[in-house]
Each structure stands twice: as C-alpha cells, then as structure tokens.
Design a protein around this ligand. Sequence first.
Ligand code: SF4
Length: 559
Amino acid sequence: MKTLDLLLIHPPSYQYFREEKRAFGPVSDVVPSSPVFDMYPYGFLSIATYLIKRGYSVGIHNAAALMILNESYSFSDYIKSSDSLLYGIDLHWLVHAHGAIESARIIKELNPNAKIALGGFSATIFHREIMEKYPWIDYVILGDTSEPIFEKLIRHISGRGEKIEDIPNLAYRHNGTVKVNALNHAYSNLDEFGVDYDALLNHVISSSDPVGFIPFANFITDPIGAVISFKGCRYSCVTCGGSNYTFKKYLGRGELGKKSLKTVMNEVATMQEYMKIPVFFIGDMSFMGMNFAENLVRELNDSKIDSGVFFEFFRPPSIELLKILDNLKTDVYLQISPETHNEHVRARFGRPYSNKQLEDFIRSTVSMHFSRLDLYFMIGLPEQTFEDSTMLPQYIRHILSDVVGKKNARKIDYFVAPLAPFVDPGSLVFNYPERFGYNLETRSFEGHYSLIKNNRDWRYMLNYSTRYMSKDDIAKSTYQNAKEVIRLKASFGLIGEEASRKIIERIDSAYSDKSIELDNKETVDINDLYPHTNLIEAVMARKKGSEILMSIINSIFSA
Ligand code: SF4
C-alpha cells in the first residue's frame, strides 16, 4: 500500500459490536446509517477534496461499514497493511466515543510511530479530557473547519516548516503537558471547502482501497447524497449540539458560514455526473435567502437533475420560498420536525411555532407539486409526559383527515423516534440539565465511552432521563407510538400490509431476546425514508459512473 499523507478512518459507535449480541433498537431508524452509525461525516469528503486539490494523498476508510458488509474484514489486518503520515479519526457525534478511542488504540498498538488526530464537534468539546486520558491520541483538531488544520499538521509532521505552536485550532502535548492553541478559524466564506466528486473519485480509483470509500453500508442498496450549503444555525434547540449556542460557545462561530451558488452547484453537478441518486440539501434553505433559492432552482433545472431532491426546514418556511422550490422539475421531498403535537413542549424544545402555523404550511405543500412532506416527531423532549406523548398518533390522524384530507394523505409521511442515544454534548440541556427537567447520567467523555461499552440494550445506553419520563418510559412510548404510526401508514396506503405486519412484529420482539439485524431498521421500512434505487443502477445511469465502476472492478480483479 502506498504511503498516504492522511488516512481518514470512520469507526463504528462500539468497536466490538460484531463480537456480542446487542439490542440496537430504533436509535438510527430515521437516518441512513445502521445502529452502529456507519455513515462518516460529510467533512471527510471536504477534507479529502481540499487536500487532494493541493497535491496531498488522502485515503478514506469506512471501517464501520466494512465491518457490517464483510464478515471476514479485520480492522487490525487493514491497519497492519496501511501506511500513512497521519491517521484522522472522526469523533463528530458522541455516539462514536468508544469506536474512536478504541480504533486509535489499535492503530497505535500496531504501529507505535503512527500519529493520530481526532476531530469533530464532540472531540472539540472534550479535547482536554481526551488528551489527558488517552495518551495514544496525539492531536485533537478543534472547530468546524478542519481542512486547513490538517494541511498544516501534515506539513508539521513531515518537517515542511509549520511549527506546532503556530497551528490554530489544535490540542497537542509538549513534554507530556497538554497544550491548546487558540481556536480562531471559523470561516464565513466556505467556498474553499466544497466537495468535488470529480477530484475525489479520480483519486479513489487510483487508490488501493476504493471500497473503503463507501459512505455507509446501506449505500449499496439505498444510496443518497448530501450537500451542505452553510455551517452554523440561527436557532438553539435545547438538546442540539449543532445549535447557535453550541457553535458560539465551543466552535468559535458567531455567524453562519456559507458557500456560493457556484460551489454548491459544483457539488451537485459532479455528484450527479457519477451517480443518479437523490440529493439531500442539509439545513434550512431559508437561511440562504430567497435570491439564493431562486438561483439554485434555476440552475438545478438547467442541469436537468432527474434524481429527486430533499429540503429540510427548521421552522415552517414562507410561502414565497415554497413557491420557488415548487418550480423544480425533479421530484421534491420536504421535511420538517415539529417533534410533538404539544405546542408548549415544542416551544420548550426551542421551536416556538404553533400547530396552526404548522398546519398552514402542510396545507400549502399539498396544494403544490411536491412529491411528499415528511414530519418527524421525537420522544424524550423537555416537559413531555408519557401520557401526552401517546396522543401523537391522534394528532397525525387529524392532519391526515382534517388538514389535508384523504385525497392528499399519501403526500404526507411521518416518523417517530427517540432522542437517542445521547443529549448532545455542548447543548443547553447538556450544560443546564435541571433547567429543562433532565437528569444526565454523565457529563464526562469517559462516562459516555462506558455507557456505550457497558450497555447492550439501547434503552440503558441513553445518557438521560427526564423529570417526566424514565428511560423505560421513553422506550415504551417510542414503541407504542411507532406501532400506531405504522398502522396509520398502512391504513392510508403509505406502506403495504405485509411491510406493516413485519415492522409490528419486529417492534413486538423488541422486548424479547432477539436483536435486530444490523442492516435493518426496527420501527420503519427503509424504503419509506427516501426513494429506493440501488448503487449499480444509480452508477450505470451515468457515463462517468459506469466508467469508474469498470475501473474499480478491473483494479480489484487485477490486484
Ligand atoms: S436542531 Fe435546532 S438548533 Fe439544531 S440545527 Fe436544527 S434548528 Fe438548529
């Protein structure tokens, strides 16, 4: 294997999940990842693009996905055969606390000279504790834009002039003492940090590990792509670690960082040249403004995108924005997370809009050409009681029957999931649990590492309960609501009787000794989350995609 400048590794949430039976539960049911959270952060793609374009050699190795896909895959064997100046492991979501630390330990054990950096939001928040407790980790990269920091670190390690004390956003050790350089890189213009699939995929086919690049295990059967137009948030939902509060307090970001239309369109266009897959625009498009949305729609139409797009809203958007998006010529899916039918609880969570505002928005969407509107609800909210949480299906029925009417009911989809497994570190609830009625089991990094390691059942892995609901109540309410929601979907024709029966059977066995298959969802049908295609079809639909697929196949067979 050729020497890389940087090898980015994505660990599973629990490193040894293949060696013990676990009740994973519905913790990842409403995202494409499996319950071991095998999807790597979007940042891997922008870090790799940034460095490749500057002449560095970068690998991406999704260890979590390969552990799921290939029974005989061995992380240790892979590491033994790897050779990189620097190993970068993501610790963005705290659910990777165990996998990130253990992966790093294995790398150092097998290669004592390896230099290992952790990065991501959770690593930033816990940088001091990590550096003090885990001596096999050499660096923590802080902040939300690690691309230039990785470059400086590579230059430092390879003796190309950078002094470690001059690298911003970095925690390291000097003579055994932890040093933390100032956090001063939070860019407002993100154009330097776009993803270019042309550059990435051409680099991948020339690498010795093209399969390690897979974004998540289910990408083979249900691929979907994502585009980030901005970083930061204007709101502060109380359990969210990507909130305005958290960005300001821990990530040095006081304002949104944005990409230009040109950068966003380059991401979409280069992705679509290789794969006909749906594109999810992460973050509320309202933050980018009407002009941006108008130009984006025009350019997407000019590009003749034909794979479907998703837009999410943090609050009901203006009718003007909806009208703009309604001009798209591909299938458009919309998402919003009212979280609950209870206006008081929703406001306590940080989303102060009324059911009337929500219902007006829902009515508008069904009067336009959108393919579907997805509503997301959550269990484990501030001041949410068990009794109140079980009123949710009744409210959904009201939306279907009274707000949109039976004729339009199939244009609305709905999902319920627990706030799991963790209240985000750095969020308001994490810092002031009692103010919001939460009991946190631990606030340390090591405490979360242990929660993941020691709990085989998702219900007890939660880092919280509330004054109103125990961990068992949260699980019971989730399952009870999920069953009712599935019955509603079946009765309104969103899913078939057979699929509904299977999901209800899975939910009923959640309290038995059976654990869920890793590539499966417990309370939803994956085909219900986003339009189903498969990777081979998606790639073969594009000329550049089929060419690259043939190169990868040839390189595998000639190796
Ligand atoms: S959950 Fe709330 S605070 Fe977090 S990103 Fe979404 S809107 Fe912003």
